[in-house]
Write a protein that binds this ligand. Structure first.
Ligand code: ADP
Ligand code: ADP
Length: 226
């Protein structure tokens, strides 16, 4: 089980200016949640709190029913995928995909087998020996996803993962991410400022504004109102 609950989260970076106000949400195991809202409304901050990369002043984060506020990022069953991909330029695709496993001391043979398996899922087998500099934007994004998938985590956090891609590729990658979600049965929490993206991906959409969670409901309930 990997349900995630946020209970009355308040967050400020400087101790005076609030960036998140009393945010509460319950995310079910296997849901595709999209957090949508204008730049600066607190989407990335919320994601980084769930990842354990930021701490909140008050409120509680529950992962699989257990308080996780003090749990280190590497001890959470969560993988984060960044907008800039955060790939290691001097490592091959295989090594980039296997990186998280190396940190966890998985033996090399096992790492390479897992990297191959993941590369097949993402149609990257032909590129395993290349470095990120020799890949297209879409391929780099797939490698970043591969690195997250390789670890077998049950929750993926994605912060504007498609915003550096051109429009056609963005639409294609959306379909891939949706298919991947079905295939992995994982929970995905996905941040975007793009409403079309939110509509096409989400089981439920969290609408944020100025640090407040304004709505949290299905796309139909949010956008089909008379
Ligand atoms: P979004 O992802 O919706 O663009 P962010 O969560 O990045 O929003 O930012 C929310 C607010 O917090 C903004 O006002 C931003 O300037 C501020 N902020 C974000 N990160 C930091 C930081 N590391 N230090 C100080 N302020 C920050
Ligand atoms: P820097 O180049 O700033 O020292 P790193 O190269 O250590 O930073 O990391 C670059 C980015 O990759 C960071 O955003 C970091 O959080 C992320 N990162 C580091 N290790 C991993 C990993 N095993 N899996 C996913 N992301 C990682």
């Amino acid at each position: 089980m990997s349900s995630i609950s946020l209970r009355a989260i308040n967050k400020s970076y400087d101790g005076t200016t609030p960036v998140l106000h009393d945010v509460s949400m319950d995310i079910e195991d296997g849901e595709f949640i999209v957090i949508v809202g204008p730049s600066g409304c607190g989407k990335s901050t919320l994601l980084r709190l769930i990842a354990g990369l930021e701490q909140c002043q008050d409120g509680e984060i529950l992962i699989a029913g257990e308080r996780a506020n003090e749990q280190l990022p590497q001890h959470r069953d969560i993988a984060m995928i960044f907008q800039n991909y955060a790939l290691y330029p001097h490592l091959t695709v295989r090594e980039n995909i296997a990186f998280g496993l190396e940190l966890r001391k998985v033996p090399k043979k096992e790492r390479n087998a897992r990297a191959l398996e993941v590369a097949r899922t993402l149609q990257l087998e032909r590129y395993l020996d290349r470095k990120p500099g020799a890949l297209s934007g879409g391929q780099r994004q797939r490698v970043a996803m591969g690195r997250a998938i390789a670890r077998n985590t049950s929750t993926f956090l994605m912060d504007e993962p498609l915003s550096n891609l051109d429009n056609a590729l963005r639409v294609a990658m959306r379909t891939e991410i949706k298919a991947l979600h079905r295939q992995l049965g994982a929970t995905i929490i996905y941040v975007t400022h793009d409403q079309t993206e939110a509509l096409s991906l989400a089981d439920r959409i969290a609408v944020m504004k100025d640090g407040y969670l304004q709505q949290f409901d299905t796309p139909e309930a949010i956008y089909d109102q008379p």
